[in-house]
Design a protein. Structure first.
Length: 352
């Protein structure tokens, strides 16, 4: 009897191995690129909020979520180990070039990028504009470190891998997956400094949902994603700064920046990107000096409209449409790598 039971167990184990081998051969190759952030953060207490970002290496992240191996051939690569408040243009260029290289050399079918939430939306939008392939690039993070009792990183990482592996994600390109929702990088924003469900798309909502192991899409952005900015030969980007608008604002910041070597300036104005008279004069002077001035608005949703309350043509300004100031800065930097023509740059803001 014991021999029969033993034979059965051995046969069952062989069948399981064969089944797993069959799954592995047909499953997608998913490469996880790690940059640090809270999802790789470590703290001394499981119940306190203090932690240090970017301390947990990629291998430990993968080992903490063994279920991800059910969805594909998973490999990991550490690209950076920083908190996303320290994200910079050099790392953006490195990420974009690495992702393009991976797809060009057919090293993976999809990519998951772990990232801190502070600048996650900015990195996502930069990659949306510079990654030349439409294969899935799923950007994910967490609001609580890996050592927290209620950490959200493991679930988010598993969901991101599900999204990357899903046939429904083919052709979607760069997307953001957080808290069982999928967002277009152009529209997503971090809305709370502490809440787990911080990522929102205030104007349009998520493009898809992740629930119970299933990935569902409901719509996609019609903004131009076919034309990309080629950054493969760049080591830096034109410098663009942001100035915040508020009641009784001084023109001093704009004036100081106008005397610096910046190439562009995004004014994050009140209401429909408005400014008071002193700031308006300083912005006009900046424009005359050849600095590309772009108006956005600080409200968090809605559009900044051209030629509405401001004589944009007369002042030489462009508007961000419905882009936030931080994303308008990215599009302006990339646009300035190709042209200084204000008409063409304005068209970029209406198309991208």
């Amino acid at each position: 009897m014991k021999k029969i039971v033993l034979l059965f167990l051995v046969s069952f184990a062989v069948l399981q191995i064969q089944a797993q081998d069959k799954i592995t051969k047909t499953s997608p190759r998913i490469m996880i690129l790690a940059t640090g952030g809270t999802i790789a953060g470590s703290g001394e207490s499981s119940t306190k909020s203090a932690y240090t970002a970017g301390k947990v290496p990629i291998d430990d992240l993968l080992n903490a979520v063994p279920q991800i191996h059910n969805y594909g051939k998973i490999t990991g690569e550490q690209v950076a180990s920083i908190g996303s408040q320290d994200m910079n243009v050099v790392t953006w260029l490195k990420l974009s070039n690495r992702i393009n290289q991976i797809f060009k050399e057919n090293l993976a079918d999809a990519i998951v990028l772990t990232h801190g939430t502070d600048t996650q939306e900015e990195t996502a939008y930069f990659l949306k504009l510079t990654v030349m392939y439409d294969k899935p690039v799923v950007i994910v993070g967490s609001m609580r470190p890996s050592t927290a009792m209620s950490q959200d990183g493991n679930r988010n990482l598993l969901d991101a891998v599900m999204v990357a592996a899903s046939p429904r994600s083919q052709g979607k390109g760069v997307i953001v997956a957080m808290n069982e929702k999928i967002f277009d990088p152009r529209d997503v924003t971090k809305s709370s400094s502490t809440n787990l469900e911080t990522f929102l798309s205030r104007n349009f909502g998520p493009i898809g949902l992740i629930y119970d192991g299933k990935v569902s899409y409901y719509y996609q952005s019609l903004r131009n994603s076919s034309k990309k900015f080629d950054v493969s030969k760049l080591t830096t980007l034109p410098q663009v700064e942001i100035v915040y608008g508020y009641a009784d604002a001084s023109p001093l910041t704009v004036t100081c920046l106008s005397n610096s070597p910046i190439k562009g300036l995004v004014y994050d104005g009140m209401g429909n990107g408005n400014f008071n008279e002193p700031v308006g004069k300083a912005l006009a002077e900046a424009s005359k000096k050849g600095i590309l001035v772009c108006r956005s608005n600080r409200t968090g949703s809605g559009r900044t409209t051209l030629e509405n309350e401001v004589d944009d043509a007369g002042l030489g300004f462009v508007v961000a449409d419905d882009l936030s100031a931080q994303k308008a800065r990215i599009l302006l930097m990339l646009s300035l790598t190709e042209t200084s023509d204000k008409i063409k740059i304005q068209q970029n803001f209406f198309e991208y």
